[in-house]
Design a protein around this ligand. Structure first.
Ligand code: NAD
Length: 288
């Protein structure tokens, strides 16, 4: 039997509807959550992501602002903007869209963001708290993946989760979250010898690589839960890191691309911003 689809679009809509009601209540009480997005340069994918985030903010009732800076922006100019946004009391969340043009050092830029406003959860302060198992701002994509698994009642504790990809944005923080939920976690990467030997033992297999259809049917244990984070733009359209059609025949659950993890990433950005606004007011716990 073909795997059940983990419908990220539907789950994300539910999250956004609940958040919208909360935003309306907060606005009535005089608090409008504000997100500032900074886009440097002309990267086509980044422009699409920023547009999606802008639209999501508008729909939910946030005060959003997008700062578009030219490709040749210097570090000083960008850091000055971040310091202004750090000091702006109407801005609760700051997001610098990555990747940055090559003259800019993403690490220095991310570290300039006030950790309390770091709604991407990329600041080392927040990454460290996550690794220590402390409440913190959780990066949007990993948080969205856990939310999706929970929405379908998929057990995590005691399962073997294999995460393919070790980026600071997806793979590493997801591994931390899965550990925090008592999974046994294996992290694979570009230097992993015999990837298939690991993926075949996964109860929960997450592909966050950026290689079209890297995960083939023979690499998946029958009955596994398969989460495809990859976004690969091919002439025939957007595909994930998983050979969806073939893997669907063996998996128990699978996320589609598009319509799987992507919509939840945006929903969690909204959630993180709302929580930052609440925390800024002196209330509300952090994280999931
Ligand atoms: P990245 O390039 O920073 O990291 C890729 C990881 O894959 C690295 O850790 C690398 O070691 C590993 N890797 C590369 N080739 C491999 C191979 N042959 N076998 C095993 N591992 C290999 O990428 P990222 O930022 O983590 O993003 C990964 C993918 O997820 C991209 O396609 C990106 O567009 C997508 N993405 C999607 C969302 C979403 O919301 N759906 C969010 C973030 C990233």
């Amino acid at each position: 039997m073909a795997a059940e689809i983990l419908d990220g679009k539907k789950v994300a809509q539910e999250v956004r509807a609940a958040l919208k009601e909360e935003v309306a209540r907060l606005k009535a009480g005089g608090l409008t959550p504000g997100l500032a997005v900074v886009l440097v340069g002309e990267d086509p994918a980044s422009k699409v992501y920023v547009k999606q985030k802008e639209k999501a903010c508008r729909e939910i009732g946030f005060a959003s602002q997008v700062h578009r800076l030219p490709e040749d922006t210097g570090e000083e100019r960008l850091l000055r903007l971040i310091h202004e946004l750090n000091a702006d009391r109407a801005v609760h969340g700051i997001l610098v869209q990555l990747p940055l043009p090559k003259q800019l050092d993403a690490n220095r830029v991310v570290q300039a963001i006030d950790p309390a406003k770091d709604v991407d959860g990329f600041h080392p302060f927040n990454a460290g708290r996550l690794a220590a198992g402390l409440p913190t701002v959780v990066p949007c994509t990993p948080r969205g993946i856990i939310h999706l698994l929970d929405a379908y009642g998929i057990p995590i504790a005691g399962r073997h989760a294999v995460v393919v990809g070790r980026s600071n944005i997806v793979g590493k923080p997801l591994a931390q979250l899965l550990l925090g939920r008592d999974a046994t976690v294996t992290v694979c990467h570009s230097k992993t010898d015999d990837l298939a030997a690991f993926t075949r033992t996964a109860d929960i297999l997450v592909a966050a690589v950026g290689r079209p259809r890297l995960i083939t049917r023979d690499m998946v244990k029958p009955g596994a839960v398969v989460v495809d984070v990859g976004i690969n733009r091919l002439p025939e359209g957007i595909v994930g890191d998983v050979d969806f059609k073939a893997v669907r025949e063996v998996a128990h659950y699978i996320t589609p691309v598009p319509g799987g993890v992507g919509p939840l990433t945006i929903a969690m950005l909204l959630k993180n911003t709302l929580e930052a606004a609440l925390a800024g007011r002196g209330g509300g716990p952090r994280g999931e």
